[in-house]
Design a protein around this ligand. Structure first.
Ligand SMILES: [Zn+2]
Length: 341
């Protein structure tokens, strides 16, 4: 699994790329430098164009570039926001999305897409897949800078994924697999889809919207290079603390007597009390603890992958995590065994 080389340095894979936003509240404080920011802790971050264009930072980002506004020298991805735009019933012109990504100076842009949901009919699904393909190809053709462009890929089954990828022009720097969000709890489906994509390309594969550890472990095992997640902030908004040993979420931490011990830098500096207040400082502190746990696990996954030891690591780690980690991993392992036998 090769590293990803960008204009702002290297991302060692597999890697978790936290989703961040340039909006308000906690993001204002992070952008203002009040707390260590997600982009200082991780190897890179990803923003959705949707969460840039709607908010006042938009003008500064267009003028100064995304790296200067976040004050980071690490790689930045900008997703097209296709998923969010779909939910709002709004569409953007693919070339306009490309121009925004290039102007904002991101290292890796992802093509504008028309995600498919499990309940749409076949005619509509076919139309959306065709539009996503056309959008990706036109963006690749119109690209003017050295920004890397990842083709967003979709499909509701492995055969559709193969057809889709064959219709994409060559020349994409990598691929981002979407339409997984509404199905994220169906691990068998997720495993089949990711396995299919991995068979089709050696280029970096990015997996959108992964919320839980079971999928992180299982999909790393299948060879996904990068994941994005904003589970760390969503959990914090719900006052959930990611347990450093079981990796389950300790819910409603206002009501528990104490939190499990944690060795992360945040937990050395702040207390349970600091995490339960109803303000954005408290939310930031809790989010940073959660992010630390995600990044630490990802680092362990990466190191064991590099030592060719991931299977043993996951088996061992899943003795103390919640059961779903082992279940998901075994689904992934069975898939690999099947396909090579
Ligand atoms: Zn901690």
């Amino acid at each position: 699994m090769p590293d990803i080389v960008t204009n702002h340095g290297i991302i060692k894979t597999p890697a978790l790329i936290p989703v961040v936003a340039a909006s308000y509240g906690i993001w204002d404080k992070w952008i203002g430098g009040d707390y260590v920011a997600p982009w200082e802790l991780s190897q890179g971050v990803i923003l959705s164009l949707y969460h840039i264009l709607k908010y006042p930072y938009r003008d500064r980002i267009l003028k100064e570039g995304i790296h200067d506004v976040l004050r980071t020298r690490n790689p930045v991805y900008i997703d097209s926001g296709g998923f969010q735009y779909m939910k709002k019933g709004v569409e953007l012109e693919p070339v306009e999305v490309l121009q925004y990504q290039e102007r904002m100076g991101c290292d890796i842009g992802i093509t504008f897409d028309f995600p498919i949901l499990p309940d749409i009919d076949d005619v509509e699904k076919e139309a959306r897949l065709e539009r996503s393909i056309a959008s990706a190809n036109i963006m690749l053709q119109q690209k003017k800078t050295d920004m890397q462009l990842y083709g967003a890929i979709h499909g509701s089954n492995p055969r559709e994924i193969t057809d889709y990828m064959q219709k994409l022009d060559s020349g994409f720097s990598g691929y981002g697999i979407g339409s997984l969000v509404p199905r994220k709890n169906h691990l068998g489906h997720l495993v089949d889809m990711i396995h299919e994509v991995r068979q089709q390309t050696e280029k970096p594969v990015h997996c959108f919207g992964i919320t839980g550890f079971p999928a992180l472990f299982a999909l790393s095992y299948l060879g996904v290079d990068t994941f994005d997640s904003w589970a760390y902030v969503v959990a914090a908004a719900f006052k959930e603390f990611v347990h450093p040993v079981t990796l389950s979420r300790v819910k409603n931490i206002k009501r528990v007597d104490s939190l499990p011990p944690c060795e992360c830098a945040i937990c050395q500096q702040y207390t349970h009390e600091d995490m339960i207040k109803a303000d954005s400082d408290s939310e930031i502190i809790l989010a940073l603890h959660n992010l630390n746990i995600f990044l630490y696990e990802m680092k362990m996954i990466r190191e064991s992958t590099r030592e060719n030891n991931l299977e043993d690591y996951i088996e061992k780690r899943s003795q103390t995590t919640n059961k779903k980690v082992r279940q998901a991993f075994r689904i992934a392992r069975d898939k690999l065994v099947q396909s090579t036998s």
